[in-house]
Structure formats: C-alpha cells, structure tokens
Ligand binder design. Structure first.
Ligand code: G
Ligand code: G
Ligand code: MN
Ligand code: NA
Length: 253
C-alpha cells in the first residue's frame, strides 16, 4: 500500500528513468538498437527494478500513465539519437493491460508525433503470455498497430503455453527467444536444437530473431552458426542510463 501511494506520486515527481540495453547484429556485431527498461529512482529505497513495482502498477492501473510516459521518453530519446545512429531502433515493453486499452493506439501515435521518430524505428514488445490472454483480440490490435508502421516483437518466446499456435495467429515482425534457451540448460545439445528450430521456423515465416541473455562468447558463436539475426545480453552490454548508452553510438561526425 505504501508502495502504491509512492507510485502515484512518482510520475509527477519525475522519479522514473529508462535504462537502455544495446541490441547487436550477430553477423556484423554492429549496434542496431536499444531495449528501454524501466527503473524507479525511489526517494528512500534507491533504484528499483521493474520486478519490485510492475505488479502493483498493473493492479492499480497506474501502468497506463507510466507506460505512456515510457513510450514518450523512449521515442524522444531514440529520435535524438538518430543523427548519430541513423535507423537505430528502440524496443519498448508493453504490458497486457496497456495493450488491451482501446486508447493504446492513440498513445503510440502521440509518442511518435511528439518525438518525430519514424514509426518503423519503434518496436513494441509484447510477451507471449500477454498475447495469449485473448489471442483474437490481440491479433486485431497488432494489425492496427502495424498499420501505424511500428514493428511488433513477441517477447519471451518459447516459454508460454501455446507458443506455436500464437505464432501462427499473430501478425508480428520479430521473435525474441527467451533467455532460458541459452542459459542453464541441463543439456547444451538440446539448447542448440531448440534455438535452431526456432530460428528456422521464424525465418520461414519471414520474421527476424533476437536472442536474449547472451552472456558468453560460446553462446554468441552458437547464434552465429545458427543464423540468428540479433542478440542482446550482458556479454555485449548491460542496461545503461541514457548518458552511458549514448557512449555506445558512433562519435559525432
Ligand atoms: O530490466 P529488468 O530485466 O529488471 O526487467 C524485468 C522485466 O520488466 C522484464 O521482463 C521487462 O520486460 C519488464 N519491463 C521493463 N521495463 C518495462 C516497461 O517499461 N514496461 C513494462 N510493461 N515492462 C517492463
Ligand atoms: O523480459 P524482457 O526481455 O523484457 O527482460 C529484459 C530483462 O533481461 C532486463 O531486466 C535485463 O536486465 C535482463 N537481461 C538482459 N540481458 C541479460 C543477460 O545477459 N543475462 C540475464 N540474466 N539477464 C539479462
Ligand atoms: Mn523485453
Ligand atoms: Na524477454
């Protein structure tokens, strides 16, 4: 309850910040974009990761104004970085509640207009779990969003109850293979098989594939062998505050 009360004032007090984690082309190793990740600079508890407050933000519906702020902030930052990194994409996580609002399309449109970011540079990430709540309504909403020109990624892919049927039903652009497939597997050979099949499946459907949670050079090499498109993980870079993330861009001309 105390957190909920604090959360209500947090937007007004400007306590939310975004950190940015680089996303890299597997073949060329070039930086292609960032995923924006929300943090709360709490006045007494320090920098809180989303796991500490997202649940409360969703239960209280505060995720709606917070999510709209995330979209505006992330689009604004990505637009500002275009001069140094033309084509740089920004990936924004969207919760089910946000996505299901009829006004969500307008929220996205306004964030694009206010920032001047070209729609194709915005990638909305929806988890498989969120997409599975109402697959038919999700498919319709995704089609409308793609009509704006934004790209859609299915996040945490492979961990849901109906991965394959969702993939069959939903109009999307990208798959993000959940990091559990690269990590902590009892059988590394099984990892290779699962990741390989997911990449083949995605490419057959004309989707691009991002692997999450790349922590070792062996994992990076595996992704190269299997033809994965993009990668993200602590081996490349951790999520960083905007000023530090900016250091990963090309120096100004
Ligand atoms: O940054 P970290 O790994 O702690 O993020 C934990 C989880 O919080 C991830 O699953 C991520 O998708 C989610 N998350 C991070 N930022 C946002 C956000 O802005 N909105 C929503 N809905 N989820 C987010
Ligand atoms: O669910 P989502 O993909 O949005 O989660 C993003 C979260 O994953 C972020 O909180 C980020 O901190 C975390 N993350 C990013 N790269 C790595 C990694 O290489 N290893 C681990 N364990 N977590 C990572
Ligand atoms: Mn994500
Ligand atoms: Na994910």
């Amino acid at each position: 309850l105390e957190v909920e009360r604090d959360l209500r004032g947090a937007l007004v007090r400007g306590e939310f910040v975004l950190h940015y984690q680089g996303q890299y082309d597997v073949r060329t190793q070039a930086l292609t974009g960032f995923e924006a990740l929300l943090r709360w600079q709490h006045p007494t508890q320090g920098l809180l990761p989303p796991g500490e407050f997202l649940g409360i933000a969703e239960d209280s519906q505060l995720i709606l104004p917070v999510g709209a702020w995330v979209l505006r902030e992330a689009c604004g930052q990505a637009a500002a970085w275009q001069t140094r990194a033309p084509g740089l994409t920004i990936s924004v996580n969207v919760s089910a509640l946000q996505f299901e609002q009829p006004g969500f399309l307008t929220t996205v449109q306004q964030a694009l207009e206010a920032s001047g970011l070209a729609p194709q540079h915005l990638i909305l990430e929806l988890t498989e779990q969120a997409a599975a709540r109402h697959p038919e309504a999700t498919a319709q909403q995704l089609a409308r969003l793609r009509g704006l020109g934004v790209q859609i990624a299915l996040d945490d892919f492979g961990t849901g109850q109906s991965s394959l049927s969702l993939l069959h039903q939903l109009p999307i652009d990208l798959l993000k293979i959940d990091r559990s497939f690269l990590q902590a597997a009892p059988d590394p050979e099984a990892n290779r098989v699962f990741i390989g099949v997911m990449i083949t499946l995605a490419h057959g459907l004309n989707l691009l594939v991002t692997a999450e949670g790349v922590e070792t050079s062996q994992q990076r090499a595996l992704l190269g062998e299997l033809g994965c498109d993009s990668m993200q993980g602590f081996l490349l870079t951790r999520p960083l505050p905007a000023a530090e993330a900016e250091g990963l861009l090309m120096p100004p001309a």
